[in-house]
Design a protein around this ligand. Structure first.
Ligand code: DQA
Length: 142
C-alpha cells in the first residue's frame, strides 16, 4: 500500500442507522466504513477513517494528515465552517465532498456548501453510495 486516503465523517454521522433513517438510510457508519475500506483494499490504497463532531479536531486532522487525498462528509459543517474550508484549501491534495442526502432538495440553509468551491468535486444524494462513488472519483485523482 503506497497511497493513503483520509476519510472524514463530521458531526452526528456516528449516529447513522438510528438518526433520521428516512433521510440518511438504515446503514450504520461501521457498515459504510467496511465498504469504503474494501474499495481501498481492492486498489491497494490504505484508508484512515476519522469521525468527529468537533470542528477544531477536523481542522487539526486535515492539517496534520500525510494522506494523498481526502474523502469528507463535513455534515452540518458543510454549510458553516470557513475553518474546515481553509484547512482543505491549504492542504493542496485532492478532496472529494460527499453527502448521503441530496442537500439541494432539502431546507434552503443546506443548499450552500462553503467547502465545495475548494474541493475537487461533490457527490450528494445517493445514500451510502455517495461515499462509494466518492472513493472511486478520489482514487482516479490520485
Ligand atoms: C449531510 C447533510 C448535511 O446537511 C447534514 O447536516 C448532515 C449530513 C448528508 O450526508 O446528507 O449531517 O452531510
Amino acid at each position: 500500500m503506497n497511497k493513503k486516503i483520509l476519510v472524514i465523517h463530521g458531526p452526528n454521522l456516528n449516529l447513522l442507522g438510528i438518526r433520521e433513517p428516512g433521510i440518511y438510510g438504515s446503514c450504520t457508519l461501521d457498515e459504510i466504513n467496511k465498504e469504503i475500506k474494501a474499495i481501498g483494499d481492492n486498489k491497494k490504497i490504505a484508508c484512515e477513517i476519522f469521525q468527529s463532531s468537533h470542528e477544531g479536531e477536523i481542522v487539526d486532522k486535515i492539517g496534520a494528515t500525510d494522506a494523498n487525498g481526502i474523502l469528507i462528509n463535513p455534515a452540518a459543517y458543510t454549510h458553516t465552517s470557513i475553518a474546515i474550508r481553509d484547512a482543505v484549501s491549504a492542504k493542496k491534495i485532492p478532496v472529494v465532498e460527499v453527502h448521503l442526502s441530496n442537500i439541494y432538495a432539502r431546507e434552503e440553509f443546506r443548499h450552500k456548501s462553503v467547502i465545495a468551491p475548494v474541493a475537487n468535486g461533490q457527490i450528494s444524494g445517493f445514500g451510502k453510495n455517495s461515499y462509494l462513488l466518492g472513493m472511486t472519483a478520489l482514487i482516479r485523482l490520485l
